[in-house]
Design a protein around this ligand. Structure first.
Ligand SMILES: *Cc1c(COP(=O)(O)O)cnc(C)c1O
Length: 361
C-alpha cells in the first residue's frame, strides 16, 4: 500500500500512529477477547477510556473544574439546536456573528427557537476579504449569548482574537479549530466541536460548558440534547459513541506525546506559513484573505486559470495528494491541514504546486 496525504476537510485524516494502534488492539482489546466496540459503556474498562479522555482533554486545553466536559452525539449541527434550547434565558434573544457558511447555518437554525440577530462581520475591500475585529461587532445589550465560529472550515477564514464582553456569554463553534492552538477557556461560556475535523472519527461531539450555565432548558428540548441531563449522567444518558470516544482518547494521548498544544500550535503555524508563502509568491495561485484572518486549518486557494482545476486535482491525486477540491459553495481548492497532517504532507503539496505551475504556468 502506498501512503497518501489526505487533505479532506472532514471526516479528515487521523494520526497514522493512532490508526496503527487502533488496528493492533482492535481484535482483542485489553485482553477481553473482543473489540472496544463490543462491550458495554458501563464496564470498568470503558469507564477508564472515558475518564482518561476527559482528563487528557482537560490537561491539553487547561480546563478548570469550573467547566464540565460532555461527550455526545448529533454533530455540530445538533448543537446548533441544543445551544438555544439550553442557553436562552430572560431575553429569548441571541446574537449570531456571521463570518461565513457555518456561523450562518447556526444562525438559521437558532431562529426556530428565538429572536436571533445575524451580525455580518465579513468585509471585502480592494478584493481582500477580512473580518471585523471583535471590538467592532455590533452586539446588542439584550441577548442571552453571543455565538461565533473561530474557524470557518469552508471559507478558510479564522478569528484569532478571543472575543470578550463584560457580562456576556460567548459560545463558540470550535469544530475545525479545537486543539489547533492554545486558548483561554475562561473567556467562553461554552465551546463545542464535532470530532471529525481535528480530533477523531465522526460521531462524537465535544461540549465544554461553564457549570453555572447548566440550568433549566426549554421544555421542548429533547433529553439527549439537554446539557443538564447529559451532565448528570456523565455523558451516558444514552449510549455514547464508544468507538469514537476511544479513538478521540488515543488522539489526545498522541497530542500529549507530541509535546502538547504549544508544540502543535508551532507546527500548525509552520505548515500554514509554508503553504501561504507558496501561494503568495506565485502568479499562478491566489488567496485573497487578509493575513490576520487566514485559516491555519483550511487553506483555500484558486488557480488563476480555473480551466486547469480538473487537471490540478487529477495530477495531485496521481502524486498521492487527496481531497484538495474546494467546497462547492466556494469552488477552487482547499487544503485542510489539521493537526494530524504532518509537515511532510504540506511539503509534498508545495512541491507538487510548484511543479504544476512550472508545467502549465
Ligand atoms: C463540519 C462543521 C460543522 C458541521 O458538523 P456536523 O458534525 O456535520 O454537524 C459545523 N461547524 C463547523 C465549523 C464545521 O467545520
Amino acid at each position: 500500500m502506498s501512503l497518501i496525504y489526505n487533505f479532506s476537510a472532514g471526516p479528515a485524516t487521523i494520526p497514522k500512529d493512532v490508526i496503527y494502534q487502533a488496528q493492533k488492539e482492535l481484535i482483542n482489546w485489553k485482553n477481553l477477547g473482543c473489540s472496544v466496540m463490543e462491550i458495554s459503556h458501563r464496564t470498568k474498562e470503558f469507564n477508564t477510556v472515558a475518564i482518561e479522555a476527559e482528563q487528557n482533554l482537560r490537561y491539553l486545553l487547561n480546563i478548570s473544574n469550573n467547566y464540565k466536559i460532555l461527550f455526545c452525539q448529533g454533530g455540530a449541527r445538533g448543537q446548533f439546536s441544543a445551544i438555544p434550547m439550553n442557553l436562552l434565558g430572560k431575553y429569548s434573544k441571541a446574537d449570531y456573528i456571521n463570518s461565513g457558511y457555518w456561523s450562518h447555518s447556526a444562525f438559521i437554525e437558532s431562529k426556530k427557537y428565538c429572536f436571533s440577530r445575524n451580525i455580518l462581520i465579513k468585509k471585502i475591500k480592494n478584493n481582500k476579504i477580512s473580518l471585523l475585529k471583535y471590538k467592532k461587532w455590533d452586539i446588542s445589550d439584550i441577548s442571552d449569548y453571543i455565538h461565533y465560529c473561530p474557524n470557518e472550515t469552508i471559507d478558510g477564514l479564522s478569528i484569532y482574537e478571543e472575543p470578550f464582553f463584560d457580562n456576556k456569554i460567548i459560545v463558540g463553534d470550535f469544530s475545525s479549530f479545537i486543539l489547533s492552538r492554545s486558548i483561554n477557556i475562561n473567556k467562553y461560556g461554552l465551546i463545542y466541536a464535532g470530532a471529525q475535523k481535528n480530533i477523531g472519527p465522526a460521531g462524537i461531539t465535544i461540549i465544554i460548558i461553564r457549570k453555572d450555565l447548566l440550568k433549566n432548558t426549554l421544555k421542548i428540548c429533547p433529553s439527549i440534547l439537554d446539557y443538564n441531563i447529559i451532565s448528570k449522567y456523565n455523558s451516558m444518558f444514552n449510549t455514547p459513541p464508544t468507538f469514537a470516544w476511544y479513538l478521540s482518547g488515543l488522539v489526545f494521548k498522541w497530542i500529549k506525546k507530541k509535546g502538547g498544544i504549544k508544540k502543535i500550535e508551532e507546527l500548525n503555524k509552520k505548515k500554514s506559513d509554508l503553504l501561504y508563502k507558496t501561494i503568495d509568491n506565485s502568479m499562478f495561485y491566489i488567496n485573497n484573505i487578509d493575513q490576520s484572518n487566514r485559516s491555519k486549518m483550511n487553506v483555500v486557494f484558486d488557480l488563476f486559470d480555473p480551466k486547469l482545476n480538473t487537471k490540478f486535482l487529477k495530477e495531485a491525486k496521481n502524486f498521492g495528494l487527496y481531497a484538495l477540491k474546494g467546497h462547492s459553495k466556494v469552488g477552487g481548492m482547499r487544503a485542510s491541514i489539521y493537526n494530524a497532517m504532518p509537515l511532510d504532507g504540506v511539503k509534498k503539496l508545495v512541491k507538487f504546486m510548484l511543479f504544476f505551475e512550472k508545467k502549465y504556468g
